[in-house]
Design a protein around this ligand. Structure first.
Ligand code: ADP
Length: 484
């Protein structure tokens, strides 16, 4: 991290600096101060420039009149004219300045300070002035306005420059005025800053108030005082945050409800076999001289119930594992035809026992990237259901096909079918269309939930279509290449 980055991260540790309210306050204050400064310097500078311009044009006018008098009194040849000398003195007193008259030999014939009289001045300004140019500039080091004005005479058609008036007048009075004005400007700026401060405090507090309101409302929800929706329509952005929060809360409520339902279902399902075991054991215990055959029969029932309890627990563990390891699939390239054949081989005894025909039809050889163990369990559940919920001499057929992106298999049976309403729920945990029938044939109501979770984890889809009394078809579509 560079030096600036380090400073930034150190500053970020100071809580108050991270507060939006504080930042807003600082921004308003900074803008206020900047405006005051720009206003003060802008106004002062333009006042000063204007005052110098006015003074310059005043003096220039006076000098032009003086230049005419110099010609009239032939002053350049004879600088003794009392009238002109008095006028010169008056001018230099009036503007607190110095006037030099230079003739066309660059010689100073009059200096109101009596310092440079008789000296020769050949400066750039004087030379330019002899060419007819009037020049003025402000010397900010010495606070003087310097001007050179040509003395011109018209001979016939021609205008000749016969001398130059070099003047420097003091700008002290302008500076003094500027200082007085500046003091007033500072006073106004301070008053303005007080107003800006009050605005910054009020605005930053007001703007942030809705955020405080929402924080309090969220805290109330967090503390459990209320589970009502939070309302905030002050700002669009805040509305979006509040909407997202409300949706999150609604989703959490759904999750919480489904978790509670799941827990109560699990307890109920686990309790049922235990209750049967207790009833069987109790009836053996309370009877005297129980015949051995009855003992054996009851014990066989108890073992069945324990097997059932075991199956429920195993199914639950598979389901929980699927939930937990959504990203933990063990993906490898699997020959799906071989996988199907292995499943068929395993299920053949069960099918035979029920008098069901198992048929496998494959349109092509399919190899796909899947988790072999999990997918095998999912397919087994579907085929097992086809066998379990079938009629006498029925059949279960699996059809496998693929295109260049997906492979599809359909598990079709000639069984009892599922009505439309129930088919909406069969993928839910513990849902069974006919509880007692499912229980009789050893169902837990978890098989299809496990299958669905597995298919979704492979980014696939599962659909069911069924006609009660005719049969059921489950269609599963999975990508050939695993999508992360
Ligand atoms: P179970 O362990 O009860 O079979 P499943 O989750 O596998 O649980 O299935 C849920 C319910 O869906 C079953 O109880 C059954 O009522 C119905 N069902 C599933 N497959 C079929 C099928 N092939 N034909 C008819 N009903 C089915």
């Amino acid at each position: 991290m560079n030096f600036l980055g380090r400073i930034k991260s150190e500053l970020n540790k100071i809580t108050v600096l991270r507060s939006l309210r504080f930042r807003l306050f600082i921004i308003i204050m900074a803008v206020g101060i900047l405006c005051c400064l720009v206003m003060r310097f802008g106004i002062m500078q333009s006042y000063f420039n204007r005052a110098v311009d006015v003074r310059t044009s005043d003096v220039q006018n006076q000098i032009k009149i003086l230049a005419d008098h110099l010609i009239t009194y032939n002053y350049l040849q004879d600088p003794t004219s009392d009238v002109v000398n008095a006028e010169l003195n008056m001018l230099s007193n009036l503007y607190d300045g110095r006037v030099l008259i230079i003739n066309n030999s660059f010689k100073v014939i009059k200096d109101t300070y009596n310092v440079s009289q008789g000296k020769t001045i050949i400066s750039e300004e004087v030379i330019r002035c002899f060419k007819g140019e009037s020049i003025s500039n402000y010397d900010d080091n010495h606070n003087y306005i310097e001007m050179t004005v040509p003395i011109t005479m018209t001979v016939g058609e021609e205008t000749q420059v016969i001398g130059v008036i070099l003047t420097s007048v003091s700008a002290d009075s302008i500076v003094i005025n500027q200082e007085i004005l500046d003091r007033q400007a500072i006073l106004i700026a301070i008053l303005l800053l007080i107003v800006v401060f009050a605005i910054a405090v009020t605005v930053s507090r007001k703007v942030m108030q809705p955020f405080d309101k929402v924080t309090n409302a969220i805290n109330a929800v967090k503390a459990g005082f209320t589970d009502e929706k939070i309302m905030a329509d002050d700002y669009t952005e805040l509305e979006h945050i509040v909407d997202a929060f409300n949706q999150l809360m609604a989703r959490m409520k759904v999750l919480d409800d489904s978790r509670q339902e799941f827990v109560s279902n699990v307890s109920h399902e686990l309790k049922t076999p235990l209750t049967s075991v207790k009833v069987l054991a109790d009836s053996l215990n309370t009877q005297e001289d129980v015949p051995v055959e009855l003992y054996k029969e009851f014990m066989a029932d108890i073992v069945n119930e324990i097997d059932r309890e075991n199956k429920i627990i195993n199914d639950l563990l598979s389901l929980v594992k699927l939930d937990k390891t959504a990203s933990g699939l063990n993906i490898e390239s699997v020959d799906i035809n071989m996988l199907m054949e292995a499943i068929f081989k395993r299920l053949m005894p069960l099918a035979k026992e029920q008098g069901i025909d198992l048929i496998f039809e494959s349109q092509r050889q399919v190899t796909a990237e899947v988790d072999e163990v999990k997918l095998s369990l999912a397919i087994t559940n579907l085929i097992e259901n086809g066998i379990k919920y079938n009629r006498e001499d029925g059949w279960v057929k699996v059809e496998l096909d693929a295109d260049h992106q997906f492979f599809t298999f359909e598990v079709i049976d000639s069984g009892i079918g599922i009505d439309e309403e129930s088919s909406k729920h069969i993928f839910e945990r513990f849902y069974r269309v006919d509880k007692s029938h499912s229980r009789e044939i050893g169902g837990t109501g978890l098989g299809l939930a496990i299958t669905r979770s597995t298919v979704l984890m492979h980014r696939g889809s599962i659909k069911v279509s069924s006609e009660p009394g005719e049969g059921t078809t489950f269609t599963v579509k999975l990508p050939l290449s695993y999508i992360q």
